[in-house]
Design a protein. Structure first.
Length: 278
């Protein structure tokens, strides 16, 4: 099996709902590997292991006694010692959502950097997860019964409620107000889909439809029951002139969609494609 084949197999296994424990950084590396003809993850994996060891040593020397102190330890290792930061100069660069590139360049999008913060926290058995905060990916860190909110894009700074309110208004408008739903945990697969979704969006904006289709296909490896993704994949294959692939994708969308009205929409598109093939 090729290295890309191993990455596909790894991600396909994650698509099984029975898999509960996701190594989110490893999964993101395998997603990045799919875009390379001869991927090699070893240097990135060694780097992650070195980050884990650095944090472990820091915690042994100076154990954190609250959530903010634990967050400070994370930002010390990732931002201050390793130089990770948000790329606010070339934000839309595709490399910013490719974890192999992020590790090499030490900069990226909030969600890519957030994956590193989540990985590093979990290496110490701390609870860390992504949040449903609109427009800007944030990480919640739980420690000894406390929770704090970390902003990976801004060097792991801890965000206070007033700062979160200001951040929300920047991305959602001055009338927006904080809501408890914005602080719900995003499942790890959802975080990975958000990562790939950033890549897909930029590829679509640049008219790189074949690459966008490849990105959606990678998303379907980890979310094979996602009806909307199958629909989007089918529509994109239609634009590319791959009607056979489009029919298969729309068939999967119909099969998996549970909302009656949406299922009817998918079925109508499928019937139109089938008529074109016949």
């Amino acid at each position: 099996m090729t290295d890309r084949g191993r990455s596909r197999a790894y991600l396909r296994e994650l698509g099984d709902d029975a898999v509960q424990n996701v190594d989110i950084a490893q999964a993101a590396l395998h997603l990045a590997a799919l875009t390379r003809s001869q991927p090699d993850l070893r240097d990135a994996e060694k780097h992650l292991a070195a980050l884990d060891a650095t944090l472990k040593g820091l915690v042994l020397d100076n154990p954190p006694d609250n959530a903010d102190a634990a967050a400070h330890a994370l930002s010390d290792v990732l931002a201050r010692q390793s130089g990770y930061r948000g790329d606010d100069q070339t934000y839309d660069d595709l490399q910013n959502a490719d974890l192999l590139c992020v590790i090499e360049r030490r900069k990226g999008l909030p969600v890519a950097l957030g994956i590193l913060y989540m990985h590093l926290a979990r290496s110490q058995d701390w609870t860390a997860y992504g949040l449903s905060f609109p427009g800007h990916f944030l990480v919640a860190l739980e420690f000894d019964g406390e929770r704090t909110i970390v902003d990976p894009f801004h060097e792991g700074v801890v965000r206070t409620p007033p700062e979160l309110r200001e951040l929300l208004k920047m991305v959602a408008g001055q009338d927006a107000e904080l809501d408890q739903k914005m602080f719900l945990a995003v499942p790890d697969r959802g975080v990975l889909l958000r990562l790939q979704g950033n890549i897909r969006l930029r590829q679509m904006q640049m008219g790189r439809l074949t690459e966008a289709a490849d990105t959606i296909e990678s998303m379907l490896l980890i979310a094979p029951e996602h009806a909307e993704l199958w629909h989007e994949f089918g529509v994109l294959q239609t634009k590319l002139g791959n009607l056979g692939a489009a029919v298969l994708a729309l068939g999967n969308a119909v099969e998996r969609e549970t909302r009656p009205s949406r299922r009817q929409e998918f079925a109508a598109i499928l019937q139109q494609l089938q008529r074109r093939l016949n």
